[in-house]
Design a protein around this ligand. Structure first.
Ligand code: CO
Length: 157
C-alpha cells in the first residue's frame, strides 16, 4: 500500500491574513438621510413602512434636527436643517427631494482608527479631533472625496 502523504498538499500550511494590526470598522451604526420635510419623512417611515420612529431632537452643535428610526440591524437618521448655517442646507439645495447624506461605521478606538486612516491618505473634516455626535459618543467624518463620494462618519462605541 502506497503512503498518501506525499500526494496531498500539507494542510498545516495556512496563509497568514494581512493587516491584522489595522483597526477595523465594525457595524453599520446608521445611514443618514437629509429630508426637505421632516414631519412627512417621519410619517412615511412610521405609517407606510411600519418603522419604529423616534421623536425629533434638536442638535444645535451640528446644525440639524434629527429623528432616529430603529431597524432590527441598524438605524436610519433623518436629518433636517437647524439654523441658517446648517451643513444640511447646501446638500438640500443640490438635492431638493433629499438624499443619503452619510453612512456611519462603528469603531472601538476612534483615535487609533483616525490615525490609521490619516496614515492611509484619508482626510478628516474639521480640525481632525473627535466631536461628540448625536448619540453622545465621539465621532469624526472622513472627506467624501476620499471615500468614493460618500461622507463617512466613524463613531466610537
Ligand atoms: Co450620523
Amino acid at each position: 500500500m502506497r503512503p498518501l502523504a506525499e500526494t496531498h498538499t500539507p494542510r498545516h500550511i495556512v496563509r497568514k491574513e494581512m493587516n491584522r494590526s489595522v483597526p477595523m470598522i465594525g457595524r453599520l451604526n446608521h445611514v443618514a438621510i437629509a429630508v426637505p420635510d421632516l414631519e412627512a419623512a417621519a410619517a412615511q417611515y412610521r405609517d407606510a413602512l411600519g418603522a419604529n420612529v423616534g421623536a425629533p431632537q434638536d442638535e444645535p452643535d451640528h446644525g440639524v434636527t434629527v429623528i432616529f428610526i430603529e431597524l432590527p440591524n441598524t438605524k436610519i437618521e433623518l436629518l433636517y436643517p437647524l439654523g441658517d448655517d446648517s451643513p444640511i442646507n447646501g446638500f438640500l439645495e443640490k438635492n431638493p427631494s433629499g438624499g443619503i447624506h452619510h453612512v456611519c461605521y462603528e469603531v472601538d478606538d476612534i483615535i487609533a482608527a483616525r490615525d490609521q486612516m490619516v496614515a492611509s491618505g484619508l482626510r478628516v473634516l474639521g480640525n481632525g479631533e473627535p466631536k461628540i455626535g448625536a448619540h453622545g459618543k465621539p465621532v469624526i467624518f472622513l472627506h467624501p472625496k476620499d471615500m468614493n463620494g460618500t461622507l463617512t462618519e466613524l463613531e466610537q462605541v
